[in-house]
Write a protein that binds this ligand. Structure first.
Ligand SMILES: [Zn+2]
Length: 96
């Protein structure tokens, strides 16, 4: 499993875009579940789905803890993005 995750390159991608590791890990777990169940299932909570919807489906879904904090208004999604190496502003990628 460790090797597969490495192959999927999510950590590099997540760090590249400046996401916190807790959110990257949550993202990876969900991606694995979705992949192995043909997209029929997701580990995302209602809170995570709401944040994803509210932010216009940027492709980045924060972890459950951060999703709750965002919904409570304690932090903003943008606050999670630090040390972003990608030059284009969030949420666009370099190839958009
Ligand atoms: Zn997080």
């Amino acid at each position: 499993m460790g090797k597969l995750l490495k192959d999927m390159n999510f950590i590099d991608m997540g760090l590249h875009y400046g996401y916190p590791t807790c959110c990257i890990e949550d993202f990876m777990v969900n991606a694995m579940v979705v992949q192995f169940s043909s997209g029929a299932r997701t580990t995302h909570t209602e809170e995570q789905n709401k944040v994803s919807k509210d932010t216009g489906y940027t492709g980045f879904v924060p972890c459950q803890k951060h999703a709750k904090e965002i919904l409570r208004g304690e932090i903003k999604l943008e606050d999670l993005i630090v040390n972003r190496q990608c030059k284009t502003p969030f949420p666009q990628g370099e190839h958009d």
